[in-house]
Design a protein. Sequence first.
Length: 100
Amino acid sequence: MGDLLSDEARRAALVELPGWREADGGKAFTRTFTFRNFNEAFGFMTRAALVAEKNDHHPDWRNVYKTVEVNLSTHDAGGITARDVALAKKMNEIAARFGI
Ligand code: H2B
């Protein structure tokens, strides 16, 4: 599953992850994406879901109309690992295709 990132490693990772911040006392990374409409929000989720399934690493997320609130953590490890950083990066790339 990979090792939990140190406080310092999490801070360094967040510098490379615009829009993301810590949540749950440092056990999760969170970002709320706001799209133009529901169609784009769900399009983002569809693409992100395929990446998540391919890597067997899945987001906790909530969609309300055109917003998608994402919380990432590695459940098996009890916090943030490199796998969460990788998924967050990928989600930012996917969102960028929607101009976010
Ligand atoms: N996703 C996340 N975010 N954390 C996990 O620990 C996790 C997962 N574990 N997806 C995976 C699936 C595990 O349950 C399977 C059996 O590999």
